[in-house]
Each structure stands twice: as C-alpha cells, then as structure tokens.
Design a protein around this ligand. Structure first.
Ligand SMILES: Cc1cc2nc3c(=O)[nH]c(=O)nc-3n(C[C@H](O)[C@H](O)[C@H](O)COP(=O)(O)OP(=O)(O)OC[C@H]3O[C@@H](n4cnc5c(N)ncnc54)[C@H](O)[C@@H]3O)c2cc1C
Length: 414
C-alpha cells in the first residue's frame, strides 16, 4: 500500500488543524465553564453551536461517510479520513464540532445504507445537519452482551406496530437533551436460525413506555452524553420503523460496528498524540533534583516508547482503513478487531505515562489526562471487549491448522 496522504486529505488536514487551533482548543475552557455554570452534567455547551457553524462554513462537516450518498457526492475514503479523525480526537469537542461523533456516525451510516426514504427524511437528514443526536441500544444488563446472540429484548409484531419489551444499559447518548431517536436491537424471532433472530427498530426517545432509568457513571464521571439504563415497557412504534429486513439485525450490527470501531481507533491515536505533547511540554519545564525531568533517562524512555507505539498503531489503522477501502468492511474485519485491541491499549499506556510525568496534576481536573484515561479505559469493553476481538483473531490464525488437524477444508479468511 501507499502510505502517502492524498492531496485532498492533506488539504483537509491543513484546514482542520487551523480550525482546531483557532476555534476548538480555545473553546475547551469555555465549554467547561458553560457546563459548570449550568449545573447540569448533560448540558449542551452553547459554544458547540458556534463551533458547528464554523465547521460547516469551513467545509469540515460530515467527513466520516465513506460511500456516495446524495449528501456526500464526493466522499472521503477511510484512508483519507484516518488522519482527520485523529486530529478531531485530540479534543473532547472535536468530533461533535465536525458532526463526526459516536454513536451518531455509525447510526448515520446504517441509516444511509438501510433506511427507507421516509426514515432518512425524518432521522438521517437532521442528524447530518447536526440538529439532533441519536443512540444505539444493544447491550443488556441481564445477559453477556459481548456475545450479541444473547440479546433478549423482545420485538413483537402486533398489526401495524412493533411492540418492544426489555431492558438495555450503557446506552451512550441517551441522556443527551438533543437525542431524539434510538436504534434498538432485539429479537423478532427467537426460533429462527441464530443469525436471523435479531432486528433493529427506530424508537423516538419520547415514545410512551420508554424510560431512561438512570445514567451510569464511568469511574465517578457523568459523561455529557450519558451512558444510560433504559426500560422498554410495551413500547409501540409503527411497523414502518423497522430498519432493513426483519431478521437482518445481526448483519446490520456488523455493518455498523466496523466503521464505528476504526473511528474510535483513529481518535485514540489523536488522544495519545495530545497526551505525548502535554508530557513533552511538562518535562522540559519541570525541574527536579537539579535538572529538567526531560533529562532523566526513564522519562526519555517513556517519550521514545510513546512515539514508537503511536506510530505502530497509526500504521495498522491506516492498513485497516486501506483494506476497508479496497476489499470492504467484511474483508477487513480481522484487521478491525486487531486495531480495536491495539489502539485503546496503546493510548492508555501513553496517557498513563503522561499522568505520571505530571505528578499530582496528572490526575486533577487541570489537565485533560484523567478524563482521557477514564474514557479510553471504557473502550476496552465498548464495541467489543479486547478478549472477544482476540478470539476472532486467534480463530482466523488457527483455522488452517484446525482444518489440517480435522481434515476439513480451510477457506482462507475466517
Ligand atoms: C462507556 C461505555 C459506553 C458504551 N456504549 C454503548 C452503547 O452506546 N450501546 C450499547 O449497546 N452498548 C454500549 N456499551 C456496552 C459495551 O458494548 C459492552 O459493555 C460490551 O459489549 C461488553 O458487554 P458486557 O458488558 O455485557 O460484558 P460481558 O459480555 O458480560 O463480558 C464481560 C467480560 O467477559 C470477558 N469475555 C467475554 N467474552 C469472552 C471470550 N470469548 N473470551 C474471553 N473473555 C471473554 C471479557 O473480559 C468481557 O469484558 C458501552 C459500554 C461502556 C463502558
């Protein structure tokens, strides 16, 4: 593969870097103060609307959709998007400022691929405009949800309606005041073959019977988006709210999760870059035992290892993005699993070193490091735990050996 960035990616990158320097970083303390003054952990800081208007004006909007739609006639490829998502990931405001925040990106992607014209009109258009937000509800408190086959929420057809009963939790975005719709995964036919039991339906957040029970904290933090427990009691939506085919939920989840996972990884690299930058600034100014910390061999080792690990993760991310562009998301799924293990763990190590180099300040609210660490740590579960991704990788690696040992044909890729 060619590792050079295309002229288009380079040009967008330059404009995005300028946007971050001129608008996004200066807005961070403003947003934090607006949140604090509101007294509401889910407040939408007003400065974000200014950033969104500015991003639209600068042509830095909806860059994440890699296929042609009526809204993205000249889409940015996954390879070209990787350095851009990385840059937005450096700030907690970056992804939303350019309308490329999780979980909306994955939701917009499946709506654009599988939505009916009416569903697109009602939900996709306002999401692409940044007017509303959305959430994706798959995980359930009562079953091990890293195995999506376990999902139990009931989706029952009743005349012209679907009726939903069950519980979900860790639903990101459900506490956000701007979230208007949930894409809910559940079982329409528990008797069908394993991978055809699940379907997805669109549920407006104000549907009677849908209750946001509570917002779960992450290491004591209330995320602005909220990660909520939801209850569905006889929740009724029109049958036209079915997304794609009945029984097609599993396949759509796969289509959604691949791009969503690599986007997380791209942003992780941006987080790691920012942490390394903070560490380098700190250790060149802080003096202990008669010399700047930067002159200590151990600190130099942290800096060198961080640079090496960031570059390694970036290269695997780019290779994965290139495979998605050339052989499709399905063909790249093993590499997506690999990078989903590598990037959050790498960024956690870099942030941890940066915290250590900052001393007590590293775990305080005076740097973004503690919040970065908490959010990165959750990525070792969210969108599939490390162990499940490693299981997929190991299965693929073992496949020819198992085939040889058992005399069954190996088909190459798992
Ligand atoms: C901050 C945050 C945000 C989230 N956002 C969303 C969201 O928006 N929507 C949504 O639907 N879900 C969301 N999730 C849920 C997340 O996707 C799940 O937590 C994850 O899929 C794991 O499911 P589980 O919690 O049921 O863990 P379980 O399935 O109970 O697994 C527990 C542990 O078992 C181990 N394990 C599982 N399988 C294997 C295996 N094959 N081999 C070895 N060990 C294994 C792993 O260590 C795993 O962590 C979020 C989670 C967090 C923390």
């Amino acid at each position: 593969m060619d590792f050079a960035l295309s002229p288009r990616s380079l040009e967008l990158r330059d404009r995005l870097l300028a946007f971050m320097e001129e608008e996004v970083y200066p807005a961070e303390p403003v947003a934090t103060e607006q949140m604090r003054a509101s007294g509401d952990p889910h407040h939408h800081p007003e400065v974000l609307e200014h950033l969104k208007d500015e991003a639209k004006r600068r042509g830095l909007w909806n860059l994440f959709l890699p296929h042609v739609t009526e809204w993205t006639p000249e889409p940015v490829s996954n390879v070209d998007y990787a350095p851009l998502a990385e840059i937005t990931g450096r700030s907690f405001l970056g992804p939303e400022a350019v309308n490329s925040a999780a979980p909306d990106t994955g939701n917009m992607e499946i709506l654009s691929l599988f939505g009916t014209p009416a569903q697109k009109e009602r939900w996709l258009v306002p999401l692409l405009d940044g007017e509303i937000r959305s959430c994706f509800a798959m995980t359930e408190p009562d079953v091990a949800s890293s195995d999506a086959k376990n999902i139990q929420l009931e989706i029952r057809r009743d005349g012209d309606e679907y009726v939903l009963d069950g519980r979900k939790w860790w639903i990101s975005g459900a506490a956000n005041h701007r979230t208007r719709v949930a894409i809910v995964m559940g079982k329409t036919d528990p008797a069908a073959p394993t991978y055809n039991q699940q379907s997805m339906v669109l549920v407006p957040m104000d549907t009677p019977g849908l209750t946001v029970v509570r917002d779960l904290m992450v290491f004591g933090y209330n995320d602005r988006e909220g990660h909520c427990e939801l209850r569905f009691d006889d929740v009724r939506v029109p049958a036209t709210n079915l997304l794609g085919q009945e029984g097609g939920g599993f396949a759509m989840a796969q289509a959604r999760l691949g791009p969503g996972r690599i986007h997380h990884c791209m942003r992780c690299i941006g987080i790691a870059e920012r942490a390394l930058d903070l560490m380098c600034r700190r250790v060149t100014r802080r003096v202990a035992f008669g010399k700047p910390l930067a002159e200590q061999g151990v600190i130099q080792e942290w800096i060198a290892d961080s640079r090496i690990e960031i570059e390694q993760a970036r290269l695997l991310t780019l290779k994965t993005a290139w495979l998605m562009d050339t052989v499709g998301n399905k063909g790249a799924r093993i590499e997506i699993s690999a990078i989903k293990v590598v990037a959050p763990n790498m960024a956690l190590r870099v942030v941890d070193r940066a915290m250590q180099a900052h001393g007590g300040a590293g775990v305080s609210q005076d740097t973004p490091l503690a919040a970065m660490w908490a959010s990165l740590r959750t990525l070792r579960f969210a969108d599939g735990p490390d162990e499940v991704h490693r299981m997929q990788l190991a299965r693929r690696e073992l496949q020819p050996y198992v085939a040889a040992a058992t005399g069954t044909p190996a088909d190459g890729r798992a």
